[in-house]
Ligand binder design. Sequence first.
Ligand SMILES: NC(=O)c1ccc[n+]([C@@H]2O[C@H](COP(=O)([O-])OP(=O)(O)OC[C@H]3O[C@@H](n4cnc5c(N)ncnc54)[C@H](OP(=O)(O)O)[C@@H]3O)[C@@H](O)[C@H]2O)c1
Length: 252
Amino acid sequence: MALQDYQTALVTGASSGIGAATARLLARRGLAVHAVARRQERLAALAGPEDGAGVIIPYGLDLRDRGAIYEVLGALDIDILVNCAGIGSRFDPFHELDPDNIDATLETNVGGTVHAVRAVSPGMVARRRGHIVNIGSIFGLHAIGSAVYGASKAAVHVLSQDLRHDLKGTGIRVTEVSPGRTDTEIFATMTDDEAAQAAMAAGFEIITADDVAAAVVWALDQPWRVNISLIELTATEQIPGGVSIHPVAGRG
Ligand SMILES: NC(=O)c1ccc[n+]([C@@H]2O[C@H](COP(=O)([O-])OP(=O)(O)OC[C@H]3O[C@@H](n4cnc5c(N)ncnc54)[C@H](OP(=O)(O)O)[C@@H]3O)[C@@H](O)[C@H]2O)c1
């Protein structure tokens, strides 16, 4: 089982950014792509026949609504699940973070991902075919400085690694794709200050949603014997870690 053997995909967070790019690529590869997000008008713009034989089918759904995940997504026969939906925590210092924003971050990034996997995986196990791709972040792999967002993405990292144990022998592969700063709309979830949003995409050439989607599809394209467990991809000029002993100024 590899990408050419699969017929259906479910992509969460498909109304923009990495999810939209992934949904388009998979539709071009001939899959029927079930696309999930809250902004239905954005999904409608994605829907319809793509360049290839595939099609994108929209679902306006809030992944913080656990019941809807099981009722709507649990009823679908899915070969590939790509968990892209996510928000960034607000830029405020940790001790000033709005508790509602903490809940929104954890419920979307962790709860939405875990319940989507739980809703879709029984069908994959029954059919003995499936590939789950979770979009993590370098914030889940390194301490960079956004504790709640980092904790949510660290949870996605451990979830992905442990699912490989829990689903061993079922025919399901699991991949985590953890990007660095990517040019998408996510910056608007962190701050309303448009100058600060623009600054996130400035200073060096950051990677694009298409770059990340291509990494997702590359992992899906591997022959059955190969499980790509983790891909970390960043801009060439973004080095996670913060503190650098490199003697050249500006190279940290
Ligand atoms: N951009 C980066 O720098 C970066 C870096 C590392 C990792 N990531 C991760 O990449 C993933 C995709 O983000 P992106 O960068 O492509 O940002 P984006 O363009 O803002 O896309 C986020 C997607 O998540 C959806 N979403 C958010 N909350 C949702 C909810 N409650 N229910 C359903 N859908 C929801 C949004 O759709 P609606 O608003 O229409 O619901 C949107 O489609 C996220 O998990 C993010 O953490 C991003």
